[in-house]
Design a protein around this ligand. Structure first.
Ligand code: NAG
Ligand code: NAG
Ligand code: NAG
Ligand code: NAG
Ligand code: NAG
Ligand code: NAG
Ligand code: NAG
Ligand code: NAG
Length: 550
């Protein structure tokens, strides 16, 4: 009791002190710098700013860390490229009004490096969002500098990954070299406006991974996006300023989570699990070989369920057969018959990741094919309700076949090639039908022999016959049940448990709408099932659990 009271007194004294001087525990001013082992904490106690070391290293860094979780979790680093070698560091506001990290010899290791017209009134404040901002005087004015515009490897709520088309200025994430070396790694993640905006990962300035275009709800070229809980994500295009940004904000404020852009160039979700006392990764979003940009070269399609993963589009063949056979697919494929811009049609490929760099035209579904047909340089088109028509000319690069999701992609081919396709399917029918007919005939003959034999035996064993009849009846009854089940399956398609788990984010409580007589009702992401007709119309999923499956 006495302890609590004295604690209250101390708190009261501290509040008095800060009220008097107009600063809180979350700010740095010209009169208040922070030395190593001291920290400042955001108002709600969510984040802290201070000095730390990483495992297996004696280097000291200044940065923003989660304060509300007991595990050291770094979300931003000031001096990531120039670590302190001892405990003599200081984070200070310099006389020119910049935030600076100084070592024991007062050498500047890092600076916010902005021109500040009123350095005397400058304050730095750590917000509960994890953003460290520098402003002078007017808190409602424009910030001079903020850490959210110079991200490290953590993507936090309300942070904006942005590109200004006019000035070319980008806010992009930059990976660490390794888990114990936060200096700038090879991977960057940025938002590219292109014709239709999408996010891309670059490896040493080379395109490494692309998410595919944004359709208003998600990126259509990311299979893992169908697994990720996407609520709260938005991509905003400010048409006047021509600046685009990608951000997220969860409606459930009690979820503690962030995305880490890891040293392998992957964006990994981390969610705090209070029960376990550690960060957990809710869904695997690891990149596969097929996600690597241009893995199969021009006009090659990647399918991670096939071996080899790369194949040429129909009507194409490897540019260099020997290289292709060795598993070097970067050379890609070439047409077996050139396009003449007449007598041509389109080959439909389902559940595809669309190729890179589409042209865009807002249009209704029916119009896309006509538009493409009219233009001789158009080699493929696709349609997404959230985007409109997408067209491609030149090489088609970075196509992937998804097991589900994606879009239908239509490839321009000479009628000759399309006919070949049709003939091929006819051949398949013939080759399966003829042996089928033959075996049925043989089976019928055998049956007749057997029946004749049986008829002969009939008179000898009446009891056996009765049993046989009983079996026949019961098997007929089975048949009846089967046909009902078939009908049910046609009207109420069955889905695998995995598909349901994916659609409901592992039966996540936030996806549950309520409980009915048949069982719980979940809201499902319809796009996960876009290839299954029933789900393109349904938004609600009734889950009837047989027994205690969970
Ligand atoms: C630190 O080193 C140990 C042993 O070498 C290793 O097991 C551990 O993974 C390292 N930790 C980090 C964060 O690299
Ligand atoms: C911190 O900054 C103030 C104002 O620029 C300066 O007077 C002070 O010497 C600095 N402290 C250190 C330790 O450099
Ligand atoms: C500070 O910015 C100027 C230009 O704005 C640049 O030339 C200089 O290299 C920057 N310094 C540091 C330490 O980043
Ligand atoms: C800022 O401080 C310097 C000395 O520290 C002083 O000469 C100057 O007048 C101050 N400027 C303002 C606007 O207060
Ligand atoms: C980054 O790229 C360079 C050049 O390609 C390479 O030498 C280096 O090993 C890469 N670093 C990491 C951490 O992958
Ligand atoms: C793969 O083929 C390309 C040319 O198509 C060549 O430039 C490259 O060196 C080859 N890579 C390997 C690993 O053989
Ligand atoms: C034909 O398509 C290409 C590429 O999609 C585009 O650049 C060009 O403007 C189109 N031409 C016409 C006449 O629409
Ligand atoms: C918010 O998330 C927490 C933790 O996951 C959960 O317990 C709670 O039910 C959620 N609240 C709502 C309104 O979804």
């Amino acid at each position: 009791m006495g302890k609590t009271n004295s604690g209250l007194v101390v708190v009261a004294l501290i509040s008095c002190f800060y009220l008097k001087f107009g600063t809180g525990t979350d700010t740095i001013t010209a009169f208040k710098s922070i030395k190593d082992s001291k920290t400042i904490i955001s108002e709600g106690g969510v984040f802290r700013l201070g000095f730390f070391s990483l495992a297996n290293s004696s280097n000291r860094y200044v940065g923003v860390l989660y304060n509300q979780v007991p595990v050291q979790t770094v979300v931003w680093i000031a001096n990531r490229n120039k670590p302190l070698k001892d405990f003599s560091g200081i984070l200070n506001l310099s006389s020119d009004g910049n935030l600076v990290v100084l070592n024991g010899k007062s050498e500047i290791l890092w600076s916010s490096n902005v021109t500040n017209s009123a350095p005397n009134t400058t304050t730095a404040q750590l917000l509960d969002s994890g953003n460290l901002v520098l402003y002078n005087g007017d808190r409602n004015g424009v910030n001079l500098w903020e850490s959210f515009q110079h991200p490290s490897n953590a993507f936090l709520q309300t942070m904006k990954i942005s590109t200004d088309v006019k000035t070319g200025q980008k806010v992009e994430m930059r990976s660490w070299k390794s888990p114990d070396d936060p200096s700038e790694g090879n991977f960057s993640l940025s938002l590219e406006p292109f014709n239709i905006p999408e996010c891309v990962v670059r490896n040493n300035d080379q395109l490494y991974f692309r998410t595919g275009p944004w359709n208003g709800r998600g990126f259509i070229g990311m299979l893992s996006m169908y697994n990720v809980y996407l609520d709260g994500f938005s991509l905003v295009a400010d048409s006047e300023e021509k600046s685009y940004y990608f951000t997220f904000e969860l409606s459930n404020t009690s979820i503690v989570m962030y995305y880490e852009f890891d040293p392998q160039g992957q964006l990994i979700e981390h969610q705090w699990d209070d029960g376990k006392g550690e960060w957990v990764i809710p869904s695997s979003v690891l990149l596969t070989d097929c996600d690597i940009y241009g893995k199969c070269g021009a006009f090659g399609v990647c399918d991670s369920t096939k071996r080899p993963i790369c194949s040429c589009l129909k009507g194409f063949e490897p540019r260099n057969v020997e290289e292709w056979g060795r598993g070097n697919w970067s050379g890609g494929c070439v047409r077996t018959t050139l396009l003449q811009c007449q007598n041509e049609g389109f080959l439909k490929l389902k559940t595809m990741k669309v190729p890179a760099f589409p042209d865009w035209l807002s249009s209704t579904y029916g119009g896309c094919e006509d538009q493409c047909k009219k233009n001789c340089s158009c080699v493929a088109y696709a349609y997404d309700a959230g985007i409109g028509c997408m067209f491609w000319s030149g090489d088609l690069i970075d196509m992937q076949k998804f097991p589900l999701g994606g879009v239908d992609l239509f490839i321009r081919l000479p009628s000759l090639e399309l006919d070949k396709e049709k003939r091929k399917s006819k051949i398949i029918v013939i080759t399966t039908v003829i042996p089928g007919v033959v075996s049925i005939t043989i089976f019928a003959l055998c049956l007749r022999c057997w029946m004749a034999k049986k008829r002969g035996r009939k008179q000898n064993d009446k009891q056996k016959l009765n049993k046989g009849n009983a079996r026949a009846i019961s098997s007929r009854k089975d048949e009846g049940e089967n046909s009902i089940q078939d009908k049910l399956q046609q009207e109420l398609p069955l889905f695998r448990f995995k598909e349901l788990a994916t659609a409901t984010n592992n039966f996540h409580p936030t996806k549950k709408l309520g409980q009915g007589g048949f069982g719980p009702v979940y809201r499902v992401k319809t796009m996960a099932f876009s290839s299954r007709s029933i789900f393109s119309q349904l938004t609600f999923l009734f889950v009837e659990c047989a027994g205690n499956t969970r």
